[in-house]
Design a protein around this ligand. Structure first.
Ligand SMILES: [Zn+2]
Length: 112
C-alpha cells in the first residue's frame, strides 16, 4: 500500500470541500429565517431548501474531520488500520473512501 497515494487523495478531497464552500450565504439565510418565526408556514419550501443545504454541510464537515484524522494517522503510521478491531482495512475500501476509520466488517456491525 502506497500511503502517499492516499495522502494525495485526502488532500485533494479536502481542497474540494473547503474550496466549494458556500457557508457564508447559507448562514445568512438561517439567521434571517430564525428572526421571523411568525410566517414560517409561508416559507416552508424555502426552509426545506435550507435544511437540505444544511444537511449537506454537516456531511461535508464530518468528512473534513475524518480527512484530518486520516492525515494524522498517515503521520503516525497507523493509516489503513481499523479503529475498532485493529485489522488492516481492505485496499479496495480505502480506494473508495480514503478517510474511512473502520474496516467493512466493523462498518456493517455499526449499521446492524
Ligand atoms: Zn474492523
Amino acid at each position: 500500500m502506497n500511503v502517499e497515494t492516499y495522502r494525495t487523495a485526502l488532500l485533494q478531497k479536502r481542497g474540494e470541500l473547503l474550496g466549494g464552500s458556500t457557508a457564508k450565504p447559507l448562514q445568512w439565510t438561517i439567521e434571517s429565517n430564525s428572526g421571523r418565526q411568525g410566517d414560517m408556514a409561508d416559507q416552508a419550501s424555502g426552509n426545506n431548501e435550507v435544511h437540505i443545504q444544511l444537511k449537506l454541510k454537516q456531511t461535508d464537515a464530518k468528512i473534513l474531520q475524518a480527512i484530518e484524522e486520516a492525515l494524522r494517522r498517515i503521520e503516525q503510521g497507523t493509516y489503513g488500520v481499523c479503529r475498532d478491531c485493529g485489522e488492516p482495512i481492505a485496499e479496495a475500501r480505502l480506494n473508495a473512501i480514503p478517510w474511512t476509520r473502520v474496516c467493512i466488517t466493523c462498518k456493517e456491525k455499526q449499521n446492524a
